[in-house]
Design a binder for this molecule. Structure first.
Ligand SMILES: C[S@@+](CC[C@H](N)C(=O)[O-])C[C@H]1O[C@@H](n2cnc3c(N)ncnc32)[C@H](O)[C@@H]1O
Length: 274
């Protein structure tokens, strides 16, 4: 498998089934290239994706990292493509990963029919505020301690960014990074202690000996760090926000009082949504 960022568009071309190679997101140089490069950097072994369509983002990630062991796809087929079509397309990559696919309307369940933890979770299904909130809540119990959730389209569909903000405010143990890709991504992951810091509170401040908060170095998560300012990925992608900045002024803009699981996320195991 070729491994050059410059050739990601070329690598992706054979997998586009409906002329998407001419679409703005495919020619932007800053969309599939980012998935490819991010996977190449963080080297995930288990990937979960809600919203596969024909598998393009998944293909970009597999092309980026030959060491992925398992790819799990969840899709309800509402865009007109059965999840089997995504699997068929993905298999054409010739990647050794096991591909597991479920036809599932994630909005209809309170928990996912999955086992174990994932180190990379891509949320790209229902793009409404409540849809994205629900999917984030569903996947959080499956996120490994050092894993990352990628939420797509945050600069393209405002409800996605609102959902990320709301989700962060409900889960203060998470931190985030906003990535200026073609349509914007937000990365979410558990705050990790910086090796030079003392005990951390949920606000990310370290405590000194007498228990008072003190300012501390910013936590640099391995996965976020590789997307950070000064580390050029593709197309000038830079870290432009953190959890604190993203949660400022956050509210449920739809104001209907819907509640979502707080820290620790939702449940595990398949159960119908009431
Ligand atoms: C924007 S597309 C995903 C694009 C894909 N990641 C790619 O790279 O081409 C959104 C996908 O989410 C799926 N979807 C929408 N609502 C869903 C739901 N409630 N449950 C599961 N999948 C859903 C659609 O069928 C569609 O395939």
């Amino acid at each position: 498998m070729k491994k050059s960022v410059d050739s990601v568009a070329e690598l992706m071309r054979p997998f586009f089934r409906h002329g998407e190679e001419a679409a703005d997101y495919a020619t932007s140089g800053n969309y599939y290239e980012w998935y490819f490069t991010y996977a190449e950097r963080i080297k995930p072994t288990r990937i979960l994706e809600i919203g596969a369509r024909l598998g393009y983002s998944a293909i970009a990630m597999l092309l980026g990292h030959p060491g992925v062991r398992e790819l799990t796809l969840l899709d309800d087929g509402s865009y007109g493509f059965g999840v089997g079509e995504a699997v068929e397309n993905i298999r054409r990559v010739g990647h050794p990963a096991e591909v597991v696919a479920h036809t599932l309307d994630t909005q209809s369940v309170r928990a996912l029919p999955l086992e174990g933890e994932f180190d990379l979770i891509h949320v790209d299904g229902d793009h409404t505020f409540h849809g994205a909130m629900h999917d984030l809540s569903l996947v959080l119990p499956y996120l490994s301690p050092s894993g990352v959730i990628i939420l797509d389209d945050v600069d393209y569909i405002s409800s996605c960014k609102k959902a990320a903000r709301q989700f962060l405010s409900l889960n203060p143990g998470l931190e985030s990074a906003h990535i200026s890709t073609f349509r914007g991504h937000i990365l979410l992951g558990y705050s990790l202690p910086h090796p030079d810091d003392g005990e951390r509170t949920r606000s990310g401040m370290a405590k000194d000996g007498d228990g008072k908060s003190k300012s501390s170095k910013t936590t640099r998560r391995q996965f976020f760090g590789s997307a950070g300012r000064g580390t050029l990925l593709v197309g000038g992608i830079a870290l432009v926000g953190t959890g604190g900045a993203l949660t400022a002024g956050c509210s449920d803009d739809e104001g209907d009082g819907n509640e979502y699981p707080s820290p620790g996320g939702g449940e595990r195991g398949l159960a119908p949504k009431e």
